[in-house]
Write a protein that binds this ligand. Structure first.
Ligand code: CAA
Ligand code: NAD
Length: 283
């Protein structure tokens, strides 16, 4: 069955972005979050970005209206029953994700594909808690979703070819380039990016240079659009720590040891841009 109706679960920075691009591409989209305030914020964020896109003449007013018409709030998880594809974008924690996938497996119709936007967690393990592991897949978007062109597509050990093809085609319809990556901790993107960010945090921790100076080194010295500490704040320091822990546990290799300063910031509630403070302070 073709994918027409999509539920996105988690209305944070990733979920809202995924819902926006799917609605812009003409899919009927339901956006759900366990936290009502987060759902409100996610919906408002999408509208604000669409208004800005009209002002910048990137899209027309009609395109904005039809995108918003394609997008609905879903107060209840049970609404997943009406969807052909569910994309999960909640917190990067295996216990929380597997609990949700067990529930979704009960709710969703037999043909529905369950995709996860996990940054690093094993797809095979998430799929194994469902009775449809052949229809569970990783669909890893990059942040900010409306801008970044990549989607890593990750099969679990039991994911079938039909599911893979549908998700690769879906990525294409969303204007993204799909790259198939094997189910290893951190896949490709975060296995390479996150150790660089962690090393930048060690450099701050050891007093090599200030966060500003480290970011300047990487921006002016390597032409990165954002320095690693600015990028860590943008991704969310909690998410960075979760990913480092998955790499550290998954490979049992000390080279992935999360920097103690990263742990300290997360414990303090300094999660980066989304909490107002990380390596930088935000209004
Ligand atoms: N949401 C939606 N659109 C955004 C945005 C956001 N958060 N931030 C910027 N944009 C849009 C702007 O509206 C602007 O669009 P127009 O071209 O229509 O004007 C465009 O992006 C460029 O923005 P700016 O001119 O304001 O700023 P910029 O040139 O500095 O670009 C950036 C901003 C695209 C975010 C750029 O700094 C960048 O590429 N940064 C690195 C991002 C990155 O590495 N992402 C991957 C993170 S890792 C990941 O996602 C995987 C994981 O699992 C953790
Ligand atoms: P976020 O903290 O911005 O948003 C997560 C949202 O999920 C919150 O609104 C929260 O209320 C909601 N949520 C938590 N548990 C829930 C549940 N059981 N049911 C429904 N909603 C629930 O996080 P984010 O940055 O959008 O990341 C979401 C996922 O995307 C994570 O798996 C993360 O690793 C991945 N990811 C993040 C980035 C990034 O740069 N931040 C990039 C790619 C992938």
């Amino acid at each position: 069955m073709a994918i027409k109706r999509v539920m996105v679960i988690g209305a944070g920075q990733m979920g809202a972005g995924i819902a926006q691009v799917a609605a812009q591409a003409g899919f009927e989209v339901l956006l759900h979050d366990a936290n009502e305030t987060a759902l409100d914020k996610g919906m408002q964020r999408i509208e604000k970005l669409l208004i800005r896109a009209v002002q910048k003449t990137r899209i027309t007013d009609e395109e904005k209206t039809s995108t918003l018409n394609n997008l609905k709030r879903a107060e209840k998880l049970e609404d997943a029953r009406t969807c052909d594809l569910v994309i999960e974008a909640i917190v990067e924690n295996m216990d929380v994700k597997t609990k949700l996938f067990r529930e979704l497996d009960e709710i969703a119709l037999a043909h529905t594909i369950l995709a996860t936007n996990t940054s690093s967690l094993p797809i095979t393990e998430i799929a194994a808690v469902t009775k449809r592991p052949e229809q569970v897949i990783g669909m890893h978007f990059m942040n900010p979703v409306p801008v970044m062109k990549l989607v890593e597509v990750i099969r679990g050990i039991q994911t079938n070819d039909e599911t893979y093809e549908k998700i690769a085609q879906m990525a294409d319809k969303l204007g993204k380039t799909a790259v198939e990556v094997a189910d290893f901790p951190g896949f490709a993107a975060n296995r390479i990016l996150m150790p660089m960010i962690n090393e930048a945090i060690y450099a701050v921790y050891e007093g090599v240079a200030s966060p500003e100076d480290i970011d300047t080194v990487m921006k002016l010295g390597m032409n990165h659009p954002m320095g690693p500490l600015e990028l860590a704040d943008f991704i969310g320091l909690d998410t960075c720590l979760y990913i480092m822990e998955v790499l550290y546990d998954g490979f049992a290799d000390s080279k992935y040891r999360p920097c103690p300063l990263l742990r300290k910031y997360v414990k303090a509630g300094w999660l980066g841009k989304k909490s107002g403070r990380g390596f930088y302070v935000y209004n």
